[in-house]
Design a protein around this ligand. Sequence first.
Ligand SMILES: [Cu+2]
Length: 460
Amino acid sequence: MGGRAEHGDAVPDPAQQLLHVPVQRHRPGRHAVVARPFVLPARHRVWPPFIIRPRNGSDYPFPAPDQEVPVVLGEWWSRNAVDVEKDAVMSGQRPVRSDAYTVNGLTGQLYQCANETFTAVVQPNTTVLLRVINAALNTHLFFKVAGHNFTVVAVDACYTANYTTDTLVLAPGNTVDALIFTDARPGSYYMAVEPHDTISPSTMDTSNDNSTATAILLYNGTSATTKPAMPTMPNSSDTTTANAFYFGLRGLAMEIPSPVDVNMTIELGLGQLPCDTTQTSCAGSSFAAAMNGVSFRLPTGMSLLEAQFNGNPGGVYTADFPDGVPSNGTAMVEGTKVRSLPYNSTVEIVLQNPLAFPAENHPIHLHGFNFFVLAQGLGTFTPGNTSAYNLVDPVSRNTIAVPTGSWAVIRFRANNPGMWFFHCHLDAHVPMGLAMVFAVENGTTPDSMLPPPPADLPMC
Ligand SMILES: [Cu+2]
């Protein structure tokens, strides 16, 4: 599983060659966008991080780091991951758990089957910016570095107020930029990754893979054979630590869109539906998921964006996604339902993840926009409880973990015309239907209208 035999290096192995030259593409706008190849053996380059830096002439809102280290967290199956997903969809069951976790594509030294380890060499008494990305498919992950604290400065490519912690937790789809200061005793320190099990009740998931992936933070001048120090990791079910991080972040003070034009409450639900005819190994019923009782189905004949541009020929979708939670006992329905939003309208959504069986912490991701997280808490949101809102410095992000038995209030301005997917970022929950789509209408100026498809748009 990703292991590779050691060999003499008389002949350079092209798979071992490292790419060190960043490819820079600047565009006018707020940021310099840097597509930066991964500094890893070529065979391991699976998810190159896409890093956005301040545009030329502007700075970070924190002291510039001396060094940057991308830290991409992932999951590894001892079989083809596409087959894992296919089996889950065809059987209507949850996908099997991964067999290991990875840091920058490598499992680290604590697995018996492979001992390759990503190592970041750092200089003493410098500031290192870790760009941590959870690219795992279905697992929230804890991340710690032995002997060091983090100062979180950004999440999901949005700056935050400085937030100090010794434990990061990232839902699939989340990114966290965190500074560490290398003022520990010069030595070798594990960066460790373990799952945060978010399923409730936890007895549902007896196959939980509680293994640990590691990378190494190595102070320059320390022997690479030094045994690294290991951080104390939270228990996988430690929701207190995870929720403290998820709920504790603040953003930079900025103007929050107001007043609200569209108010919605969206309940996240898991349940069951009868097997459908395409599920060849499904017995009786299939796991399904829904937002406000609607289990989302993608159209098969035409993309939603194409349908929107062409006036929804033949009713590819219906614009009747409900703004509120259906009454108790309403059966789950399947459909391609969207919510139309006037251009530039301000939309507020209460996300509610009920404490039901089965339930799970769903990382809800919005395409096309960042949103402000105005409030978040355990239990059920009390409608109209705006006193809980932070309208001064709420965190801005694009993926919000909504733990089991909790709620969150988010707000965004719909100033980007098009069809925008709003979905759970657990890979397994998308085919189950935990999604909906916002159809943002055109504005009146050329700048605020959806451009036509390019002439060479590939047709499926
Ligand atoms: Cu989910």
